[in-house]
Each structure stands twice: as structure tokens, then as C-alpha cells.
Design a protein around this ligand. Structure first.
Ligand SMILES: CSCCC(=O)C(=O)COP(=O)(O)O
Ligand SMILES: [Mg+2]
Length: 228
């Protein structure tokens, strides 16, 4: 019986285009000035220290750190310190009304319905937890934060590794088989299935669904069945 649903964001609840054509360019445009102005802030210094460690750069060379971060944005690297900084930068854009996050109507309807049914909803995205709360707080569907019980990001672990899903089901305090994980990325649903989670592989904008007996394969949230 499904007691909780854990969902990915980009490509699953929401369009890849919004993330790649609105959020990433906004972060790339504003990151250099943001980093220069906020050197010394605890959260920014913590992220820059991680960048310097991972890329083997001099922590005092701000311009080199900025360059590295811009390269990671261009390559869509799911690197935790980049994700932390992106969240801080997007904060301003959301509050300033520069954009609202996208959600597919079928995802909005299903999430509201599951919430009404008392199913606990969780998010697992490569975006930082702060970025996820902004995403659902400043959303085309309104402030949707009330729908979600908790959020997980890459500080729990990479999304393509089974160990991350093991940590999540323990944190949620439910057996893996009572959790349904939704994602557009096959390697992510594979990793969740490896620890015993139920899975739905969400394949949007495709003429023909790829079938995989290990997962429910759906084109939209409207087709997701909750296994009993
Ligand atoms: C949550 S805000 C922007 C999403 C993001 O930065 C990202 O990398 C999306 O990754 P996901 O795991 O949601 O596919
Ligand atoms: Mg995704």
C-alpha cells in the first residue's frame, strides 16, 4: 500500500524548458555579481569552499571560482555547492516577480488529490531544498508548499544511486515498498526500485512510451496508478 509519494521536479512535475530556459540563464547572468557581493556570507563561503575543494582551486581567487561555477551551469552539473548558490540567486528573482515556476496541470491535479487522500508527499530534486521550496512557493499553481511534508536534495546523495533512496525511506520512516517514486530519468527510477520502492517512469512529450516491466511507464500524472 502506498503511504507516501516522492517526486522529482524537472521533467516530472514541471517542464525541462522552464529550468533550462528561465532558471539556469537567470543564475548564469546574476551569479558573478552575486558571488562578488556576498563573499563573507556564511552560506556563500561554505559553497565556495566546496567548489574550491572539488575543483582544486584557490579559495581566494573569486574570479576563478565564478568561472568554474558558470562552466558547471553550462554543463548542467548537479553539483551540491552550485545548487546551493543557484537557490540563493533564484530567491531574488522569485520575490521580484521575474518568473513563476512551472507545473504541469496533470501534476498539480494529482498532487492536490493525493494530498486530500492523506498520502504524504515528498520532493527529491537536484535543486537545493531552498530552491525546491521557492519552486513550489512561487508557482503558477499558487503557493503549493502546503502539499509537501519534506524535501530531499543532493546533500542526501546523488539521484542515480540506490543508497540515496535507502537513506530517504529511512528518513521518512516508511518501508521502501510503501513509497512511490516518480521521475523522468530511467536511472533514477532504477535506483529507487533497487531498494524496493514502487516507481513510475514519467515520459512526457513522447509519441510512444518506452515500456519497462520494472516500472509503471506513464505519459502524465493522470495515468499513475497507486499500487495496492
Ligand atoms: C528545484 S529548482 C531547479 C531544478 C534544478 O536545479 C535541477 O537541477 C533539476 O533537477 P531534478 O533533480 O529536479 O531533475
Ligand atoms: Mg528530472
Amino acid at each position: 500500500m502506498i503511504k507516501a509519494i516522492l517526486t522529482d521536479i524537472e521533467g516530472t512535475t514541471s517542464s525541462i524548458q522552464f529550468v533550462h530556459q528561465v532558471l539556469f540563464p537567470y543564475a548564469a547572468k546574476n551569479l558573478p555579481e552575486f558571488v562578488r557581493q556576498h563573499r563573507g556570507d556564511d552560506a556563500v563561503e561554505a559553497a565556495l569552499n566546496e567548489v574550491a575543494n572539488q575543483a582544486k582551486l584557490d579559495i581566494d581567487n573569486t574570479e576563478q571560482l565564478i568561472q568554474q561555477l558558470l562552466e558547471w551551469i553550462a554543463e548542467d552539473k548537479k553539483v551540491t555547492p552550485l545548487k546551493a548558490l543557484q537557490g540563493l540567486i533564484w530567491d531574488h528573482g522569485y520575490r521580484n516577480g521575474d518568473y513563476q515556476a512551472h507545473i504541469y496541470p496533470d501534476a498539480l491535479d494529482a498532487l492536490i488529490e493525493w494530498h486530500k487522500q492523506g498520502i504524504a508527499l515528498y520532493v527529491y530534486s537536484s535543486g537545493s531544498i531552498h530552491a525546491q521550496k521557492l519552486f513550489f512557493g512561487f508557482n503558477e499553481g499558487g503557493d503549493l508548499q502546503y502539499l509537501f511534508k519534506d524535501y530531499f536534495d543532493t546533500t542526501t546523495g546523488p539521484k542515480r544511486e540506490a543508497a540515496s533512496y535507502s537513506l530517504i525511506h529511512k528518513a521518512i520512516n516508511l518501508a521502501a515498498e510503501n513509497i512511490l517514486f516518480l521521475s523522468d530519468i530511467r536511472e533514477e527510477v532504477d535506483a529507487a526500485a533497487e531498494v524496493g520502492m514502487q516507481t513510475a517512469w514519467v515520459q512526457r512529450d513522447t509519441a510512444a512510451l518506452v515500456s519497462d516491466p520494472q516500472h509503471q511507464c506513464v505519459g502524465s500524472f493522470a495515468d499513475i496508478q497507486l499500487p495496492s
